[in-house]
Design a protein around this ligand. Structure first.
Ligand code: TEU
Length: 562
């Protein structure tokens, strides 16, 4: 298996990838059937979102039995075949482990509710204060982070996410042992990696207090014992097998902590997902707004992380999309006129940074936001909660639907568009969530067209596999503060790669100060780009005097070595 510097990971949101048995829900056998597609694409690992037993209140991120497979999604025989076949194709399977919380349907939680002391200590129960919640913390899905225990006068349990996702008590060594045992159970099946859901939230503070500054997150984000817990998890489970790749989903983390999480010497994780660069379209930190993305801020955040993580020898997972984020081409590019160009440009922007690139299913064919028109189309608990919250705040229905159509997690969860048959070849039955009104791009059409986004992704993947500059090189930003161009240089052993990206749908002229500064770089050998003809041919045939430096959403990758 390729090392993390050269590898490319593909994320599969199982419920929406491929339905093999016609029940409208994607499943493990569906993934098995599509392995040849993934091999052809060239990815090294696939991360599969949770398929364990679950009441599906948060679509699998609410696990009710960590050692059982949801029968709607498959069984152990299919999983073993999938692991084996993937291995034959040189692809490692990564599992998604949700250990910050369990479903309240989990046997542990049920026993805790029955008053069993052993299991009460697996969760976080606290007494209320002054007739209300123990603290004023807010859940990530909106509303209070505490739920009153029925039948008890003044007792609450903590749920940082949905009220059916009770937070686990990592302070308790017995709980930690259970988790190590679950890890070993899955490792024994031969999986090659793990993604840990919101893992930097597991260490809660010693004293639970009201927050006067935020929703409570500063008390438990990168909490007091987080590094201790991760070191223990590493040494007792996946650290026993050097070949296993791990990635932690780090909610609102700091660079300092992220270095610790992912510096090899710390023996915690292989890499981290961080989200600061995706909050650039949150107005004053509020996701549920309609602000266009702040390009300068995006560049600044990416560069700061690149430089500081490199200095501390940490390692980032690189991504613009996942199952919780709107589609990148709709969010940062153009999903109509320059769909093809911006789809390729955005991929280039993040793929060639220092870190391991993660593709989210459908991104490689340029899938767009769902553009749902009715609230009934939405399935996601966060979207439905916020629909109610925004209504209570007095927003008009139309306004709320507009915000959801930009920000909802369901934008990423519409079924994978395989072909032009019914339901895009995803299922024989009506899918659990509709495809909505997004662009009708498909895998078959992408495969047919040499110039497609998909075929461009293949080239990017090959480049990551082969090129040491991209794998090990330094990062330097060029044209800092330029309002339209993002340009960076990667260098390693006296070899340089330059990445030049026009983030907007207009030409940038040769007279532009940025283009002037890049003059020599732009004349280097091009190894990849998203326009067929090169610029000079266009300019030679151009009758007007204004010569073009970069076309709409144009990206160029240039090299300075043999
Ligand atoms: O997500 C964690 C998380 O906090 C966000 O990505 C969240 O969805 C977003 O900030 C809301 O605006 C992880 C999983 O990826 C997500 O699907 C789960 O719902 C969540 O944890 C709880 O397990």
């Amino acid at each position: 298996m390729r090392n993390l510097e050269h590898a490319v990971v593909y994320e599969i949101y199982i419920k929406s990838f491929m339905d093999s048995d016609g029940d409208g829900i994607g499943d493990l056998l569906g993934i098995y059937e599509k392995l040849p597609y993934l091999k052809e694409l060239g990815v090294d690992y696939i991360w599969i979102t949770p398929f364990y037993e679950s009441p599906l209140k948060d679509f699998g991120y609410d696990v009710s039995n960590y050692k059982k497979i949801d029968p709607r999604l498959g069984d152990f025989k299919i999983l073993k075949d999938l692991i084996k076949k993937a291995e034959d194709f040189g692809i490692g399977i990564m599992l998604d482990m949700v250990f910050n919380h369990s479903s309240t349907e989990h046997e542990w939680f049920k026993k805790a509710m029955e008053g069993d002391e052993k299991y009460r200590n697996y969760y976080i129960f606290k007494e209320g204060k002054n007739g209300t919640y123990p603290t004023n913390w807010i859940s990530k899905f909106g509303g209070p982070a505490w739920k009153k225990v029925e039948g008890k006068e003044n007792e609450y349990y903590l749920h940082l996410f949905h009220e059916t996702q009770g937070d686990l008590n990592w302070e308790n060594v017995e709980l930690r042992e259970e988790i190590f045992d679950i890890m070993k159970f899955w490792m024994d099946l031969g999986v090659k990696g793990f993604r840990f859901d919101v893992i930097n939230l597991i260490s809660k503070p010693e004293i639970f207090k009201d927050s006067t500054t935020d929703d409570g997150r500063h008390f438990y984000t990168d909490g007091p014992k987080i590094h201790e817990y991760l070191k223990e998890l590493n040494s007792k489970t996946f650290g026993l097998d050097n070949s296993i790749l791990t990635v932690g989903e780090m909610s609102s983390t700091s660079i300092e902590d992220s270095i610790k999480y992912s510096n090899k010497e710390e023996k915690e994780l292989s890499m981290v997902f961080t989200f600061h660069h995706l909050k650039v379209d949150y107005e004053n930190g509020d996701k549920w707004t309609k602000m266009p993305f702040d390009f300068l801020k995006l560049k600044e955040i990416l560069s700061t992380w690149q430089i500081k993580m490199s200095k501390g020898r940490g390692w980032n997972a690189q991504f613009l999309s996942n199952h919780d984020q709107p589609r990148q081409v709709s969010r940062f590019g153009s999903d109509d006129k320059y769909h093809l160009e911006s789809g390729k440009m955005l991929a280039t922007a993040y793929f060639l940074l220092r870190g391991t690139p993660y593709i989210y299913q459908g991104e490689e064919i340029g899938m767009t936001n769902a553009y749902f028109k009715n609230i009934e189309d939405y399935k996601d608990v966060e979207s439905l909660n916020y629909y109610e919250i925004l209504k209570k705040e007095g927003l008009e229905e139309k306004e709320i639907l507009e915000i959801l159509s930009l920000k909802s997690r369901d934008n990423a969860r519409t079924p994978m568009q395989w072909d032009n048959t019914k339901n895009f070849g995803f299922s024989k039955k009506e899918p659990w969530i509709s495809n909505g009104n997004g662009k009708k791009v498909t895998v078959v059409d992408n495969l047919k067209d040499e110039n497609s986004i998909l075929n461009y992704y293949k080239k990017l993947i090959e480049l990551r596999h082969e090129d040491d500059v991209l794998a090990y090189g330094n990062y330097e930003e060029l044209l800092i503060g330029h309002e339209k161009i993002y340009a960076y240089k990667r260098s390693y052993n006296n070899k340089n790669i330059y990445v030049v990206l026009n983030f907007y749908g207009e030409n940038i002229l040769k007279s532009d100060e940025g283009i002037k500064k890049l003059k020599e770089i732009l004349s280097l050998e091009k190894i990849l780009g998203n326009y067929e003809k090169n610029n000079n041919d266009i300019n030679n045939n151009n009758n007007n005097n204004e010569e073009i430096g970069l076309r709409p959403y144009e990206c160029l990758v240039l090299k300075e070595y043999e």
